[in-house]
Design a protein around this ligand. Structure first.
Ligand code: OOB
Length: 585
């Protein structure tokens, strides 16, 4: 196994194999099997491109061949930062074929995150795009090349906004390798190179060991720097297969990806991998606005999609408004949509109850984590269960404990800390040269349970209700922000003496971020909130981590052991917001 990863103890691995959970297939092997079984079925729809299973597999093989010729090897890490386009699929399946490991970055990540991902994982490759959503990702590539000496394979997919790089492989204008600076190559040129070499170039390259790590996923995190989650082919494919079954996927499934493909939810719960596993079709939505998503649902006859709660609220409001308008074509035909999955953050019961009447489909709540455990409400659960719980675990072999502060089990119905272990939950974060050993000692119990940081209550029939969170994290509409990471960036400002970042309640996003800052200078000379936010952006922090609000204060409330009392900060903030709302009313 990749050095720095914690394997399951042999007796557990044997049990998961005996139970038929781990089947010894690789992620690329799964695609290959489908491409052989039904080569001409459409696998992915991306803009005006439609790739069949055979075409997707062929493209992945060409890329793998080119990468292999250029020296990329099994176990090498490659940071992949691509928007929701078909290229995402061909790139990751090419890496799976080689046994090289994608490290999944979000399109919103900037140079602070990308540099960390490259250096902390020792990545030799970085795949990103050209201009996307008003930002030129080639700037990130240039920065990464400068700061990460190990980086040897930099690949740019597409060059223009939402570029759908040529349907046919080969170089178009602006995609010739020599036109890209810093030794980068365009994805089109790379693919053309591999196509020329042919699949024979891979004849000597074995498929990777299914028990080995397939990729590194990012942790939402609660510490200074994001941690990496090593998932094996065996464990991940089990969660994909079981999810596809729970969610009723089959060859007729048309699954639309609206959330960023790099996120665990649209990837595997059941996500695009589940749809491919089932022989269905994946439709990639470049944007999540109701207008665009509704049109795509109608045009492609989408049957299932997954959203975070703020997007679900937006869709509900938009559908209601369109219907209220009364014009027959105000709302596209959403009749094909059977299931709307909502997860990533708590979905209120009130909103949950609107899904069926407004969108005409079933709601499925999903409470999952990139570290492993995923809970679903089942499609045949009573409406009450689907609207008031966050579901139950995928697997009969998922072990779930709900405990008090001393790790003693609490009775059903009592809120406590959620601990879990099982056939697709990691036993440790990636810890090359012991980098995450201390964190692992805190995040896992000695007998291998992952401490999720979530506070839940278990119902007598085994469903979980999320009640809160004990980790120092902000869940901003499904996007996770580690308070300490933002605090460390604020502390790098010469005029900042101390910083504490907390969540503030928000009707739409659930939570937003507020940074409390104690300046070095007297208050009237303190940096403004605007200046501090600009400072954070300048440090290359992803936009979603920039605090929504900055409060300058003289000192922090402390707990009796002298730690900053975030509870008191949150309470003070809440009181302030209420007072403001009152005076506005
Ligand atoms: C998903 O994965 P992550 O790794 O981005 O975040 C995991 C955390 C959980 O520990 C929990 O704090 C929160 O996100 N969360 C929820 C939730 N789903 C996730 N909190 C309340 N209600 C929910 N339904 O977010 C993720 C991974 C796979 C599938 C779905 C979500």
């Amino acid at each position: 196994m990749l050095p720095g990863c914690t394997p399951w103890p042999p007796e557990y691995a044997a049990r998961y194999r005996a139970a038929g959970h781990w089947t010894g297939q690789t992620l690329h092997g799964m695609l290959r099997a489908r491409a052989v079984a039904h080569p001409d079925r459409v696998a992915v729809v991306s803009g005006d491109r439609r790739w069949t299973y055979a075409e997707l597999d062929a493209r992945a093989i060409w890329l793998a061949a080119a990468w292999h010729r250029r020296g990329l090897r099994a176990g090498d890490r490659v940071v992949v930062q691509l928007p929701n386009t078909a290229e995402f699929l061909e790139v990751i399946f090419a890496l799976f074929r080689l046994g090289a490991l994608p490290v999944y970055a979000l399109p919103s990540h900037r140079h602070s995150e990308i540099t960390h991902f490259c250096t902390a994982t020792g990545a030799v490759g970085y795949v990103t795009t050209g201009r996307h959503a008003g930002f030129d990702h080639r700037l990130l590539a240039a920065h990464a090349v400068q700061h990460c000496p190990r980086l040897r394979h930099v690949v740019i997919a597409g060059t223009g906004d939402d570029a759908a790089p040529g349907g046919a492989p080969g170089a178009g204008p602006g995609s010739a390798p020599e036109e890209l600076p810093f030794g980068a190559v365009s994805l089109d040129a790379l693919r053309a190179e591999g196509r020329e070499a042919g699949a024979a170039a891979l004849a000597e390259v074995p498929e990777p060991d299914p028990a080995d790590i397939a990729f590194l996923q990012l942790s939402g995190g609660s510490t200074g720097l994001p941690k990496f989650i090593p998932r094996t082919h065996d464990d991940y494919l089990y969660s994909v297969r079981a999810s596809a079954e729970i969610c009723g996927l089959g060859p007729d499934t048309v699954l639309m990806c609206v959330l960023p493909m790099a996120h665990n939810f649209p990837m595997s719960s059941p996500g695009f991998l589940g749809a491919l596993h089932a022989g269905g079709r994946v439709v990639l939505a470049p944007r999540a606005t109701p207008a665009e998503a509704f049109a795509l649902i109608a045009a492609e006859r989408v049957t299932i999609t997954s959203l975070v709660p703020p997007l679900a609220l937006l869709w509900l409001d938009a559908a209601e408004a369109a219907r209220a308008q009364g014009a027959p074509d105000a709302l596209p035909d959403l009749g094909s949509l059977r299931v709307l999955q909502v997860g990533g953050a708590k979905f209120s019961e009130q909103a949950a109850r609107r899904v069926r009447p407004v969108l005409g489909c079933d709601l499925q709540q999903v409470f999952g984590m990139a570290e492993g455990l995923v809970n679903y409400t089942r499609l045949d659960d009573p409406e009450e269960v689907r609207c008031t719980t966050q579901g139950r675990p995928i697997s009969p072999d998922d072990e779930v404990r709900v405990v008090d502060d001393e790790d003693r089990d609490v009775p059903d119905g009592t809120p406590g800390h959620l601990l879990t272990r099982g056939p697709y939950t990691i036993r440790g974060y990636y810890s090359p040269d012991g980098a995450a050993d201390a964190h692992n000692a805190a995040a896992f119990t000695p007998d291998g349970y992952y401490r999720t940081g979530d506070v839940v209550r278990r119902t007598p029939d085994g469903y979980l209700v999320v009640e809160g969170r004990a980790k120092d994290q902000i869940n901003r509409g499904g996007e996770k922000i580690a308070a300490e990471e933002v605090e460390n960036h604020l502390l790098a400002h010469p005029d900042v003496h101390d910083a504490a970042v907390v969540a503030m309640p928000d009707d739409y996003l659930g939570e937003r971020t507020c940074a409390f800052v104690v300046p070095r200078a007297p208050r009237d000379q303190a940096p403004s909130g605007i200046a501090l936010k600009a400072f954070l952006r300048g440090r290359g922090l992803a936009d979603y981590k920039i605090p929504d609000r900055v409060e300058i204060t003289e000192a922090f409330p402390r707990t009796h052991v002298g730690k900053v009392s975030k509870r008191e900060l949150r309470q003070a903030l809440r009181a302030q917001l209420l007072a403001r709302a009152d005076s506005a009313a």
